[in-house]
Design a protein around this ligand. Structure first.
Ligand SMILES: NC(=O)c1ccc[n+]([C@@H]2O[C@H](COP(=O)([O-])OP(=O)(O)OC[C@H]3O[C@@H](n4cnc5c(N)ncnc54)[C@H](O)[C@@H]3O)[C@@H](O)[C@H]2O)c1
Length: 325
């Protein structure tokens, strides 16, 4: 399969790139390196980037007009669109910048797809934010969208544009509504990466801050499971379309995450508590039956095991770009 991945130097994108290359596919990787780091692509570059090989990296903003030429030359069977501004609090502080990346950027990718005649596009939607604050959990895909932050609004606008292009140009579009993804390569500076943030600080013997009273819940899904969902979506028949929740259905509180990491590390320090920031959802978990039924996808890694693997990666953590929170 010829593929093009946007956001390829990021946490999820680079893990997807490695999996696609390991399965024998061709990958054109696009990233502007705003939060992504080239170290995430070391494996791909060292094994597959020599002349004529299956991997090419282009440092490029998805809004750049050159994307049209690159897409036309790559002629991908599948485009995986993951590039985005991913920081919810940054979107509140600077919604114009957020919408520039996440709305205009997505239109840029769709325009390039249209010019190149791409049939299948798989989009990283935000399952954690698109449903607002649903009362019935786990939430199904049929629950109306209710974005409550500029990030949620812009990511949902991306979904709407995807559906619109699918309708206008006959593209086969799949939107994967991801829960809270965690695992190796997640930047501990990120606002979403509570497991990476807590793990990195606690490994360094430093205190952690819980925003709110720690009872807020999230549906934590391990990055390899998420990448498996992208690969399945990429190779699904073109009649498979629409939105699929990708999570575990299980709610874990922030206090529980702290307890699980403490117990894995043998740490005893209690967290500090600080007021919860605005626009954050109190509880979320996703119903993933549709992905099970239509993509044959099930999450394989329980949160306890995923935390163990993430701590192992953080412990090995000599990545130069890995900045401690
Ligand atoms: N991590 C999660 O829990 C989560 C949950 C739901 C949805 N998502 C979505 O998954 C995708 C990947 O997220 P991630 O956690 O890997 O974040 P990330 O920040 O590690 O990856 C995003 C990548 O996109 C790149 N990028 C940003 N703006 C760009 C632009 N204008 N042009 C080109 N590249 C650009 C960044 O440099 C980065 O490498 C995003 O679309 C995000 O909205 C993530």
């Amino acid at each position: 399969m010829r593929t093009l991945v946007t956001g390829a130097a990021g946490f999820i994108g680079s893990t997807l790139v490695d999996r696609l290359l390991d399965e024998g596919h061709q990958v054109v990787a696009i990233d502007n390196l705003s939060t992504g780091v080239t170290a995430n692509l070391d494996h791909a570059r060292s094994r597959f980037e020599s002349a004529g090989d299956r991997f090419t990296f282009r440092q490029l903003d998805i809004r750049a007009p050159e994307l049209i030429e690159i897409m036309a030359a790559a002629r991908p069977d599948v485009v995986f669109h993951l590039a985005a501004q991913v920081d919810l609090r940054a979107s509140v502080a600077d919604p114009l910048h957020d919408a520039g990346c996440n709305v205009l950027g997505t239109i840029g990718v769709l325009e390039a797809c249209r010019h190149a005649g791409v049939d299948r596009i798989v989009y990283a939607a935000s399952g954690g934010s698109r449903y607002g604050a649903p009362t019935a959990l786990p939430v199904r895909e049929s629950t109306p969208a209710d974005p409550r932050s500029p990030y949620a609004a812009a990511k949902f606008a991306g979904e709407v544009y995807l559906s619109c292009y699918a309708e206008l140009y006959g593209m086969s579009a799949i939107r994967l509504a991801l829960a809270n993804v965690y695992g190796p390569r997640q930047n501990p500076r990120g606002e979403a990466g509570v497991i990476a943030v807590f793990g990195s600080r606690m490994l360094g013997g430093r205190p952690v801050t819980v925003f709110g009273d720690g009872t807020a819940t999230r549906d934590y899904v391990y990055v390899d499971d998420v990448v498996d969902a992208f690969v399945r979506a990429g190779r699904a028949p073109s009649t498979t379309r629409g939105i699929f929740n990708i999570g575990t259905g299980r709610q874990t509180t922030t206090n529980e995450v702290h307890r699980l990491i403490s117990s894995a590390l043998g740490a005893t320090a209690r967290p500090r508590y600080a007021p919860a920031p605005p626009a954050e959802v109190q509880a979320i978990a996703l119903d993933v039956r549709r992905a099970e039924e239509e993509l044959g996808w099930v999450p394989a890694v329980a949160v306890e095991e995923g935390i163990r693997r993430t701590l192992q990666w953080l412990r090995a953590g000599s990545k130069p770009e890995l900045v401690e929170a």
